[in-house]
Design a protein around this ligand. Structure first.
Ligand SMILES: CC(C)(COP(=O)(O)OP(=O)(O)OC[C@H]1O[C@@H](n2cnc3c(N)ncnc32)[C@H](O)[C@@H]1OP(=O)(O)O)[C@@H](O)C(=O)NCCC(=O)NCCS
Length: 170
């Protein structure tokens, strides 16, 4: 069912992440620069597990991880998505995003996140979206600001103190 889902923006096409995206996804989240503020490079195996689990999230909730493609060439430039997260007693719907370094600073992620947030509300019925950001991750905070999110509070993850918790009511 999720195979038919597409989010279109002026320059981008977003579609659910599938097993055949593993090379792209592993390259993206295996990159040192991309993962500088999100816990460091991940292994191909970790990414394979995420894709499989994500298919179940799509089936159960109607949202999940998506590939960001350029609409003119079809090239995959990164990922974004919404998923269930928990930090101790806090359970929430989290948005996340990452794109390859060569595409940074062109407004692509903001364009994707504005559209994804709208989709999460209109198609998946979510009322509040959340993001967890390292205080040093200025580009990410800029994306959130420009997409209508606001800083809510600081939270501590086990190995990550003073992470910023951002929210948007959609
Ligand atoms: C965060 C990330 C997705 C942003 O992608 P992007 O497509 O470059 O984002 P946008 O172009 O839409 O916006 C980035 C904004 O940050 C600004 N920016 C870039 N570097 C910056 C810096 N060091 N300090 C402050 N602002 C910065 C850009 O100028 C731009 O703002 P502007 O449009 O007002 O000029 C990208 O940097 C990335 O993939 N990072 C690695 C993964 C990551 O950290 N994900 C976030 C997890 S919370």
């Amino acid at each position: 069912m999720s195979a038919s889902i597409k989010i279109l923006t002026p320059r981008l096409r977003l579609r659910p992440l599938v097993v055949s995206d593993l090379d792209m996804y592993a390259n993206l989240l295996g990159d040192k620069a991309v993962t500088l503020h999100i816990g460091g490079p991940k292994t191909r195996e970790e990414m394979a597990v995420k894709i499989v689990k994500d298919a179940a999230t799509w089936a159960e909730y109607g949202y999940g991880r998506m590939v960001i493609e350029l609409s003119d060439s079809g090239k995959s430039i990164g990922m974004c998505g919404v998923w269930k997260s928990s930090i101790e007693d806090l359970h929430f719907d989290e948005i996340g995003y990452a794109i390859f370094q060569e595409y940074w600073g062109k407004g692509f992620t903001t364009e994707a996140i504005v559209a994804l947030s709208k989709f999460a509300h209109e198609k998946a019925g979510l009322r509040v979206l959340n993001a967890v950001v390292s205080p040093e991750n200025n580009p990410s905070k800029k994306v959130l600001e420009k997409s209508g999110y606001h800083f809510a509070k600081y939270i501590d993850r086990l190995t990550w103190k003073n992470a910023e918790f951002w929210q948007k009511s959609v």
